[in-house]
Design a protein around this ligand. Structure first.
Ligand code: SR1
Ligand code: MG
Length: 389
């Protein structure tokens, strides 16, 4: 039949056709699309005892509409990433019920009993002791298993080839790693940031450092990444009395530098901290970068003895982790900057009554992270920097 864009009314029949719905009554369906790229529907029975989520990639960027075409085969990358994580950290992703490559549609667990981390933080909730630790652990487990430490060389080459995702990588290379530093129609910012936006575009030191991070993003095939690991890609909550996280939306997945995943999370953590500071509601925000790094490092080191290639010795592990740390710091800086003067801003800042003071602090912090990443050796150094801006 070929690819068709599904509307709310099409979902019951679609779910039946695909074998996901066998109850006599049709499910009730509502669209809950929220992210920048795709459509999401929730389908549930009348008493709410059964429900499913369906995510479909459109042939364009959802928030931009048909004027920004985008191959829907990005959903293949997402399905592939889920498949890989499912073998190593199934407790940290939604249960996937099926992928339909013809319609670029994924049917998965409905997670509406959980909350999007960003939403909770914007409402003033703390992170709590588990969220960042589990996120760091997720990155370690996923990246170790899909790196040359966790996979045989030939399997890795096949994974790299299968995970090539030119269009989605180009979005990142453009909107995150170049456009904020040049004149571009995608860029916008609050008028109170005019001077900083101009200064950043004229800042040749900053530009060269971003160019270095961009080139690393383009060439460093360390491990399969989530590719867009911000606080809107993580759901948190409790099930059966225990804390859970679910990392979702890995459509930007490709084999790239591990620091890109950690760095995106850290950028969002640091921006949430600026929001909390602006609202005088700081709680555990400043601990999160350290918690996620420690969990990442501890888990990576725990997995190290299982590596498939022992030519990589313990001294190399130290060197490798140092590199990941430094690159993560740099990518955190680029993500902060693009979320304020580039495309796709963050509600953490845009919903503040006056977003300017917090945005200025965040932008300056972002620049420091990019330019001085090589001099920042641990989470305390970043913390000290945060209190200076
Ligand atoms: C055109 S897409 C803009 C952003 O939305 C996604 O969530 C990614 O962060 C991307 O950079
Ligand atoms: Mg997303």
């Amino acid at each position: 039949m070929g690819y068709r864009i599904l509307e709310t009314d099409d979902i019951p029949a679609y779910l039946r056709e695909r074998g996901h719905w066998d109850e006599t009554a049709d499910p009730q369906v509502r669209e809950v699309s929220d992210g920048n790229m795709n459509r999401v529907f929730l389908a549930s029975n009348a008493d709410g005892t059964r429900s499913l989520a369906l995510k479909q990639a459109l042939p364009w960027v959802r928030v931009a509409g048909p004027s920004w075409p985008m191959n829907p085969d990005r959903a293949d990358a997402e399905a592939r990433a889920y498949e890989q994580v499912a073998r190593i950290a199934p407790d940290k992703i939604p249960a996937i019920h099926g992928y339909d490559p013809e319609n670029y549609a994924l049917v998965m667990e409905d997670m509406s009993d959980l909350e999007v981390l960003r939403t909770l933080l914007n409402e003033g909730a703390p992170y709590g002791p588990h969220t960042s630790a589990r996120t760091g652990e997720f990155v370690a487990q996923f990246s170790f298993a899909t790196s040359d430490f966790g996979m045989a060389s030939a399997d890795r080459k096949a994974l790299i080839a299968a995970s090539v995702s030119p269009e989605l990588c180009k979005i990142t290379e453009d909107v995150v790693l170049s456009e904020p530093y040049i004149e571009h129609e995608h860029n916008h910012w609050h008028e109170g940031l005019d001077d900083l936006a101009r200064e950043f575009r004229a800042d040749s030191r900053l530009r060269t450092e971003v160019a270095d991070l961009r080139h690393t993003f383009m060439t460093s095939a360390q491990a399969l990444l989530h590719g867009d690991l911000h606080t809107g890609s993580i759901m948190v909550g409790e099930r059966e009395g225990a804390p859970v996280i679910r990392v979702f939306d890995p459509e930007f997945s490709f084999v790239g530098p591990i620091g890109y995943d950690l760095g995106l999370y850290w950028a969002n953590v640091l921006v949430s901290e600026e929001r909390a500071r602006a609202l005088d509601s700081l709680s555990d925000h400043a601990d999160q970068l350290g918690l996620s790094w420690t969990a990442f490092e501890t888990e990576f080191r725990r997995l190290w003895p299982t590596r498939v290639d022992t030519f990589f010795d313990d001294a190399y592990l130290d060197r490798f982790l140092r590199k990941v740390w430094t690159e993560s710091i740099g990518y955190a800086g680029t993500e902060i900057i693009r979320r304020i003067i580039g495309f796709a801003h963050l509600t953490d800042l845009t919903t503040l009554q006056d977003p300017v003071p917090a945005s200025r602090r965040a932008l300056l912090l972002g620049r420091e992270l990019v330019v001085h990443r090589g001099e920042l050796s641990n989470p305390n150094d970043v913390r000290a920097l945060g209190s200076l801006t």
